[in-house]
Ligand binder design. Structure first.
Ligand code: F3S
Length: 284
């Protein structure tokens, strides 16, 4: 069995930086928290828990903390969360990915200049919630081309459109096309991060070349789900797994080539484990 592992599989630079930041703080700070799980990976989060790093999920939970340090993960947070951390006298260590920070700056400035903001992405994803929390006026989150079709504001509305960093690039192009046809005065900024774009393009190519495709990542990881979406369009046997235990005992007989890719929160060792497992299968 031939195995092709994507070069752009696993931790992106933003996630690497965020995880390293938390580990660097351990031992230096006594009450250490991350705002939301640092990454969508249960084994990393469990390891941090053992090292006494707690997770705070909401402004209400944050309000309970009297002293300590809050690490902001790569997804970023809204302006109000920063303000809350400051007003409670807590220390803030900011590991927001610079690509996400850039979106905060764009929507902050553009909406302060009177533009209506459109974010292409999943409205309930923490990154999108954070972006929305940096706007100073009207903001809409559009998740699908169908929603874009239905979108309507007055013809003289000036719009600035950005996207969630991990949005599906092809879907973004389709959605943007719909907005262009509506004739609005619209400033489109493609804020899909290059790591995501490269990962998706490579996954799409590999999925077209193999008989089975394995996509590794957390069940809640939106970028992994998108990889799965892309791969399953090209490859009928596409498996979405979190760890090697989720793989089937056997691959269908006609499978001779297997591709492997992984979302941005998947540590290298899990990718290697999967690779080893597939290799042992092919030795049978
Ligand atoms: Fe940043 Fe892109 Fe990763 S936005 S966190 S480098 S997927």
């Amino acid at each position: 069995m031939k195995i092709i592992v994507a070069e752009h599989a696993g931790f992106c630079f933003g996630v690497t930086k965020a995880v390293e930041t938390v580990y660097e703080q351990i031992g230096k700070k006594s009450n250490l928290y991350t705002y939301g799980p640092i990454i969508h990976n249960e084994s990393v989060v469990a390891d941090l828990e053992r090292k006494n790093v707690k997770v705070v999920n909401t402004p209400q939970e944050l309000a309970e903390i009297r002293n300590g340090t809050i690490v902001i993960r790569s997804h970023g947070v809204s302006r109000s969360v920063y303000n809350q951390i400051k007003s409670q006298g807590l220390e803030c260590v900011d590991a927001t990915c610079p690509f996400v920070k850039r979106i905060h700056t764009i929507v902050d400035e553009e909406s302060a200049n009177g533009k209506t903001i459109i974010v292409i992405g999943n409205p309930t994803h923490p990154e999108v919630e954070g972006i929305v929390g940096w706007t100073n006026g009207p903001v809409f989150v559009i998740e699908t081309p169908e929603e874009a079709q239905k979108f309507k504001v007055s013809a003289d509305t000036e719009i600035c459109l950005v996207s969630q960093t991990t949005y599906n690039y092809n879907k973004f192009k389709d959605t943007v096309e719909i907005f262009k046809q509506k004739g609005y005065n619209i400033n489109i900024v493609n804020t899909i991060c290059s790591a995501t774009e490269e990962r998706q393009t490579e996954a799409d190519r590999i999925a077209g070349e193999v008989d089975a495709m394995i996509v590794i990542g957390g069940a809640h990881s939106s970028n992994t789900r998108k990889l799965y979406e892309i791969c399953s369009q090209k490859c009928a046997y596409t498996y979405f797994i979190q760890t090697v235990d989720d793989l089937p005992g056997e691959f269908p007989q006609e499978v001779k080539t297997v591709g492997i890719t992984a979302g941005a929160s998947t540590p290298k060792n899990i990718i290697e484990e999967v690779q080893t497992y597939v290799r042992t299968k092919s030795d049978i």
